[in-house]
Every structure is written in structure tokens, then in C-alpha cells.
Design a protein around this ligand. Structure first.
Ligand SMILES: [Zn+2]
Length: 106
């Protein structure tokens, strides 16, 4: 699962750095109300943990969302996996605007 995410990230990076993007659209503004990002020490701290899960986006209703992402502390700083954080944020953007593809399907 994480390998798939890394590969997708690499593909998106390559796409992002190339001129192969096709199609055009107007800028899309998606307000994300009441988003809380919960940085946890271990994947076992993610509420709906299952093996291989490294992050999770949850719609808790009433326009409130939570993203759980595993952080790692090193030299007093907490590092986040930007690929996981971006993937989970994209779930919320997709829920709010179906023009944005479900990140599990891209
Ligand atoms: Zn996903």
C-alpha cells in the first residue's frame, strides 16, 4: 500500500515537472472548514487502524474533518510524510468537490 503511494507520488512528481499535463480548467477554491490534523506517534494510534495504514482522513460530520498522519520525531522536530498528508487531504477535497479525483482511484 505504501509502495503504491510512493510510486503514485513519484509519477505525480514526474508529471508535475513535465509539460504533459492536458486539459484546462478554471481555478477551483475548496474551503475546508474545521479541519484538524492529528499527528500520531504510531499507526496504532489511528482510529480505524489496519495493517499498512499510514494515514487516514475522516469526515466526522457537520463539515468537520480529521486527518491522522504518523509523524516521526528526530532532533526535536517532527517529520511528516508529505505524500501521506497530501493523499489524505485529497480525500477531503474530493469529498467536498467531486471534480477532484478520489486519490484511491488515481
Ligand atoms: Zn486513500
Amino acid at each position: 500500500m505504501i509502495i503504491k503511494k510512493i510510486l503514485i507520488g513519484l509519477i505525480l512528481f514526474v508529471i508535475g515537472c513535465s509539460s504533459h499535463i492536458s486539459g484546462s480548467f478554471s481555478p477551483i477554491t475548496i474551503p475546508v472548514d474545521n479541519l484538524k490534523v492529528v499527528i500520531v506517534e504510531s499507526e496504532y494510534d489511528i482510529p480505524q487502524y489496519f495493517p499498512g495504514l499510514v494515514g487516514e482522513a475522516i469526515n466526522i460530520g457537520n463539515k468537520q474533518y480529521k486527518i491522522y498522519v504518523v509523524g516521526q520525531k528526530f532532533d526535536d522536530k517532527i517529520y511528516l510524510d508529505q505524500l501521506v498528508l497530501g493523499h489524505e487531504l485529497q480525500h477531503i477535497l474530493h469529498w467536498k468537490n467531486k471534480q477532484i479525483i478520489n486519490p484511491d482511484k488515481q
